[in-house]
Design a protein around this ligand. Structure first.
Ligand SMILES: Cc1ncc(C[n+]2csc(CCOP(=O)(O)OP(=O)(O)O)c2C)c(N)n1
Ligand SMILES: [Mg+2]
Length: 326
């Protein structure tokens, strides 16, 4: 891995983690309405996947969407403003955390409906084929989402029509408080791919380089009309499910072990140092740069105003028929 690439990957992972940590404290201060879902511990999936995509490729995200969005290139300013309900937000502050959308960077939207991204991503892949754009679509989903009917319908149609969609299932072991071991009777979720006649693989999702290499192959195949793929990325969420989670469903030991032995940032920076791509000083300064960047972003966002009543009501309520035609 070249030095610049190593810098980029670590920068992106820190950008995501610090963003999530900032949200956590803003939430505790009562400054965020609605809810948020932290992806701390899952950063390597977001960065590895999006590294393998072309800028024009598309993605759909989930309720745990901040990492995917930042990694794909969404502005942290626009995101933070959106989450804090400011008119400078990506959706003028009307959508909040679970409705981050930015067509400029191919982000077709996050989704508060578990499994809601499958049909959207599959439809976008069909559009890509029909319009011959060459775009590949990544559909992020959680382990809980593959038990939804939408997964099975999308997987089947994507396979029979050879659509360029890659289903990236982030298996963080839990769907809210439900342990994956109690929710499915197979050892690997990627096994489900076979029953739809598509390729499926389970990988270590906290190994950024492996995630990127796997996705690169999947995207190359999709571009060659070789059809969709299911990639199960094993990972772990280090935070609670959302903001009200007593975490009685997992042990402290399990959590501590993942944090200590399998944190994607610690693993990546250690590997880069060991392989001589980055020095200890560089690794430190990357983190410091990101602390400063986020501080600056927040300082500006904080001063922004909430949307006016007119803006708040626009595109929310349907007008009278006459108004709509006008
Ligand atoms: C259709 C639907 N059912 C239930 C919910 C409530 N819900 C929100 S997140 C979640 C768990 C999702 O788990 P998973 O897919 O593993 O994603 P993770 O939260 O672990 O990232 C549930 C059940 C929902 N939002 N939508
Ligand atoms: Mg999960």
């Amino acid at each position: 891995m070249r030095r610049e690439k190593a810098r980029y990957c670590l920068t992106q992972m820190w950008r995501i983690r610090l963003f999530e940590q900032k949200l956590q404290s803003l939430y505790q201060e009562g400054k965020i309405h609605g809810t948020i879902h932290s992806c701390v511990g899952q950063e390597a999936v977001a960065v590895g996947v999006t590294n393998a995509l072309h800028a024009r490729d598309l993605m759909t995200s989930t309720h745990r969407n901040h990492g995917h969005s930042i990694a794909k290139g969404m502005s942290t300013y626009g995101m933070l403003a959106e989450i804090l309900g400011k008119k400078t937000g990506l959706n003028q502050g009307k959508g909040g955390s679970m409705h981050l959308f930015d067509m400029e960077i191919g982000a077709l939207g996050s989704n508060g409906i578990v499994g809601g991204g499958f049909p959207i991503a599959t439809g976008a892949a069909l559009a890509s084929v029909m319009q011959k754009t060459g775009e590949v679509v990544v559909c992020f989903a959680g382990d809980g989402a593959v038990n939804q009917g939408s997964f099975h319908e999308a997987a089947n149609i994507a396979s029979i029509w050879h659509l360029p969609v890659i289903f990236v299932v982030e298996n963080n072991r839990y769907a809210m408080s439900s342990d994956i071991k109690k929710m499915v009777n197979i050892d690997k979720l990627s096994k489900r791919a076979e029953s739809y006649g598509m390729k499926g693989v389970t990988i270590d999702g906290n190994d950024l380089e492996l995630v990127e290499a796997t996705l690169k192959e999947a995207a190359d195949d999709a571009r060659k009309d070789l059809g969709p793929m299911l990639v199960e990325a094993m990972t772990y969420r280090q935070a609670g499910h959302s903001k009200s989670d007593e975490e009685v469903y997992r042990s402290k030991e399990e959590y501590e072990r993942w944090k200590r032995e399998n944190d994607p940032i610690i693993r990546f920076k250690q590997k880069m140092i060991d392989e001589g791509h980055l020095s200890i000083e560089e690794v430190k300064s990357i983190q410091e740069e990101q602390v400063l960047e986020l501080k600056t972003v927040f300082a500006y966002v904080k001063r922004d105003k909430a949307p006016s009543l007119d803006v708040l009501c626009a595109n929310v309520y349907a007008g009278r028929v006459g108004e709509l035609i006008d």
